[in-house]
Design a binder for this molecule. Structure first.
Ligand code: FPP
Length: 264
């Protein structure tokens, strides 16, 4: 029903974007891009539509950006889809957001499989409704052996919660004597986080003009390059992603050190 209210077909890539896509291959691409997809509600309100219409449109952007990121050779795309704080929203909106994995992954799974995309999830499964869990688990299982882009959904995810859980597990191991406190290193802590099979994000994008992290990947973003845009998530497109990537490619990543040519 909502789809009838909202603009439909995505235009094909224009020649300028195709050129930018080709040029992006000449410089180092970010391997892992994380996105805080913000602004769905405002997108809908501006059009006097219900907020959920913004989430529906945001879901279409997820499809578009996943396809494009895979085509240009991004290895991992982490999308913040539902935070541990989002339960505070009205029940109607939460219920709708809980339906989106089914809506997206149900219809879109064959396409994801064809694109060789692997779906993963970080976040706490336990509080999710059965239908949400089923849709996510099914997509994870069906794409387990794909080796293209990793599409990592952060769903019922909160970074502080993730850190607390990992601390508890480490303390437990120390108490059992299977590791000593001297063995607690940054690498060890990382290995207890939900992202333990992923590389750290190279580039973080947040849409909609908000400049904060909202409890997203606080540990993992320590050396990540940030890129903020006023564009609302439903309006975010391939050319916005290229803006972010091109900005990343102009950055000088030093991880707290110096480049060889800066040493005197
Ligand atoms: C933030 O915008 C967005 C969310 C809380 C939900 C993100 C969900 C999607 C992009 C849809 C795809 C999701 C899945 C699970 C496939 P907001 O509602 O806070 O916007 P506002 O700040 O303008 O109110």
């Amino acid at each position: 029903m909502l789809s009838k209210l909202i603009r439909k077909k995505q235009p094909a890539l224009n020649s300028e974007l195709i050129k930018r896509k080709e040029l992006s291959q000449l410089e180092q691409l970010p391997s892992h891009i994380s996105i805080i997809m913000d602004g769905n509600g405002r997108w809908a309100t501006k059009r006097t539509l219900p907020r959920i219409a913004g989430h529906y449109e945001g879901m279409k952007t997820v499809k578009k950006i996943t396809k494009f990121a895979n085509e240009i050779g991004i290895k991992t795309l982490s999308l913040y889809a539902f935070s541990t704080e989002n339960w505070r929203r009205p029940k109607k909106e939460v219920d709708y957001l809980m339906r989106l994995p089914e809506e997206l992954l149900g219809k879109y799974l064959p396409e994801l499989i064809e694109q060789n995309v692997r779906v993963t999830m970080i976040g706490n499964h336990e509080l999710l409704p059965e239908h949400t869990k089923r849709a996510i688990t099914n997509a994870i299982e069906e794409t387990l052996h794909n080796d293209g882009l990793i599409l990592n959904f952060a769903f019922n995810y909160g970074s502080r919660d993730e850190i607390v859980q990992s601390v508890k597990q480490i303390v437990n191991k120390v108490q059992l004597g299977s590791i000593s406190s001297n063995e607690i290193t940054e690498e060890l802590v990382s290995s207890y986080l939900m992202t333990n099979e992923l590389t750290e994000p190279d580039l973080l994008i947040r849409t909609s003009g908000e400049i904060r992290l909202s409890n997203f990947m606080l540990w993992q973003l320590a050396y990540t390059e940030f890129w903020f845009t006023d564009t609302l998530w439903p309006d975010f497109d391939e050319s916005c992603l290229m803006d972010a990537i091109e900005s990343y490619q102009r950055r000088n990543r030093k991880y707290g050190g110096l480049k060889q040519e800066e040493v005197n």
